[in-house]
Structure formats: C-alpha cells, structure tokens
Design a protein around this ligand. Structure first.
Ligand code: NAP
Length: 297
C-alpha cells in the first residue's frame, strides 16, 4: 500500500509527529482547527486542507491527534468530518487518548462505510513525539495493524498490538494510572528534601541512578527544581485522562484509591489556576499542602 497520509490535530504532540512523518518521506495532507499551526508543516512540504473531510478525500490513512472523546467524534463523524470524505478501504488511526467505549463506537461507524480504524494512543511525552521515541499501543484488526507498521515505526520505538478496538485505549489508561502515582511520589520526595534543606540537584543526581529513577523523575524533576512549569503535557489534558481512568474503573468495579487521590491533588493545582501548565506543576499543590516552596520566587 502506498501511503497518502492525512494528519489532523497539530498540537503539542501532533505537530512533531507530523514532522517526523514528513522526515521519514511520507506524503502528508494536514488540517488543524487553528489554521496558523499548519504553516510550519506546509513549509516542510505538506499540503494544507480546509476541513477533515478534505483531508480524508486526499488520503488513504488518516491520523487524528486531538484532545478528548467529543473532539475525535466531531472531527471524524461530525459535519465536514472525515467520514464525509473517506474512501472505502482507507484506514483511520486515532492516536489521541480517548474513552475506550467511544473508540469502539467510532470504529463501528467507520466499519459501516468500509473503513478500518485503529486506536493507537501513545506514551513518551512531547520529548518522545519530537524524537520519534514514543511507545504506541494499538487496538483493532491485526492485518490493519501490520499494514500500518511503517507509519508507527516512523513515530515511535516500541509498537505493540494489544487486541481488538478499545484495547489500545485501555492500555493507555493503565499507563496513566502508573504515571500519575509516580509523579505524586516524585513531588512528595522533592518537597520533603527541600524542607529538610537538601541540595535538590544532588538529590536528583543520586536518585536517578537508583531504584527510584523513572521517566517522571528524570524528565520532570529538573523542571520542578528550576520552576519551569511550561507544558509538555497540560494538567487539563491529564485530568481528562484521569476522568477516563476513573469512569472505566467504575464500569469494571475496580477501586483505584491512589489514582483518585492524585486526581484531587491535580484539582488543587487547577484551583490555583494552573490547568494550562505542565503536569510538573503538581509540585505547586504539594507546596501548598506543605506550606513550603521548592523554588524561591
Ligand atoms: P494540545 O496541544 O492541546 O493539542 C490538541 C489538538 O487537538 C490541537 O491541535 C487542537 O486544535 C485540536 N482539537 C481539540 N479539540 C478539537 C476539536 N473539537 N476540533 C478540532 N480540533 C480540536 O494537546 P496534546 O498534548 O498535543 O494532546 C493531544 C492528545 O495526545 C491528547 O489526547 C493527549 O491526552 C494525548 N497525549 C499527550 C501527551 C503529551 O505529553 N502532551 C502524551 C501522550 C498522549 P487547536 O490548535 O485549534 O486548539
């Protein structure tokens, strides 16, 4: 299959991912709601479209990287959406993190018009999107997954088939449970160290070499110490994921006490006006509880 890729959603993640596809030699048509974000891609050789429908008309694989379930539904199934322009035999790959139930519903609607869908959410953060080192977890038809492997391999370093539609999204929700508790642990360790008067850079240096090391500690720890709260992953987006986690856990009657606490901790940060900051701003919620600041302003 000669790929003509359509890419919809050029945010923090989507833009570097689309760039990596161009760098890997794929032909791209792009669309973003805020049209100005398409410029960089067009400058690199992509074609700009006027709607998701036009992207679908010009492509045989359509990738979406949007915020939440209603956004993906609107862009794929809504007016001037992908479904209005898509050709039978094309493939839709949704790489956003959305509800597993909605992923299955969209896959069913697309199947009715002869289009396969894969749910293929990612982990690895903005840095993983930039460096094409994402881990990608895929749900859907196995043959379709195999066909799309060259695309996934241009975006990430680990690509795993997880089973039928929805399973990619469930895998991502499990990832989020592990990530946020890890992040809470990093914040708790850092605030204790700060109040005890330790040198935080030395703390990071020694702990990243041992059993406490993690993506969160090594990537977000330095940002917390520097007071750099710029988003690689926004708290608002993280809270969307935790909502999906807790909804899915409620459906399955699985208690997730730790995740629920971290969701409330992020709510403290939201109440402080930090929704659009990066998830490392969870340290601000810990600072409030501890009555102590990590960085002097
Ligand atoms: P982002 O920077 O906020 O980008 C969101 C993108 O979705 C933007 O292009 C936005 O368009 C578009 N969008 C949202 N609602 C839309 C709608 N109703 N119609 C059309 N376009 C719409 O978010 P992000 O960090 O790239 O995250 C994208 C997805 O990746 C999310 O599902 C997130 O959970 C997941 N994810 C993020 C990370 C991370 O570290 N950032 C890591 C793994 C997975 P505008 O430009 O017009 O706003």
């Amino acid at each position: 299959m000669e790929f003509k890729i359509g890419f919809i959603g050029l945010g923090i993640m989507g833009k570097p991912m689309a760039k990596n596809l161009i760098k890997a030699g794929f032909k791209l048509t792009v669309w973003n709601r805020t049209a100005s974000k398409m410029k960089e891609l067009i400058d690199m050789g992509a074609e700009g479209a006027n709607s998701p429908k036009e992207v679908a008309e010009k492509s045989n694989v359509i990738i979406t990287m949007l915020t939440d379930s209603p956004d993906v539904e609107e862009v794929i199934l809504g007016p001037s959406g992908v479904i209005e322009g898509v050709k039978k035999g094309s493939i839709v790959i949704d790489m956003s993190t959305i509800s597993p139930k909605v992923a299955k519903k969209i896959a069913k609607k697309l199947a009715e018009v002869g289009v396969e869908m894969l749910d293929a959410p990612v982990t690895g953060g903005e840095i993983g999107a930039i460096n094409a080192t994402l881990s990608i977890m895929v749900g859907g038809n196995y043959e379709t997954f195999e066909k799309c492997l060259p695309i996934f391999q241009a975006l990430g370093k680990r690509v795993t088939y997880m089973g039928p539609n929805g399973n990619g999204q469930i895998t991502k929700l499990c990832n989020q449970i592990m990530c946020v508790m890890n992040l809470q642990g990093v914040c708790e360790g850092l605030i204790l160290a700060a109040k005890a008067g330790l040198d935080l850079n030395k703390l990071l240096d020694v702990l990243t070499g041992g059993a406490a090391n993690s993506w969160m500690l090594s990537n977000l720890g330095p940002k917390m110490i520097k007071g750099d709260m710029e988003p690689g992953f926004k708290i608002a987006t993280q809270q969307k994921d935790l909502r999906l986690v807790l909804e899915t856990a409620a459906e399955l009657n699985v208690p997730l006490p730790g995740t629920a606490i971290v969701q409330q901790m992020f709510r403290v940060a939201e109440a402080e006006g930090l929704s659009e900051k990066g998830t490392q701003a969870l340290i601000k919620a810990m600072e409030k509880l501890a009555g102590y600041k990590l960085t002097k302003e």
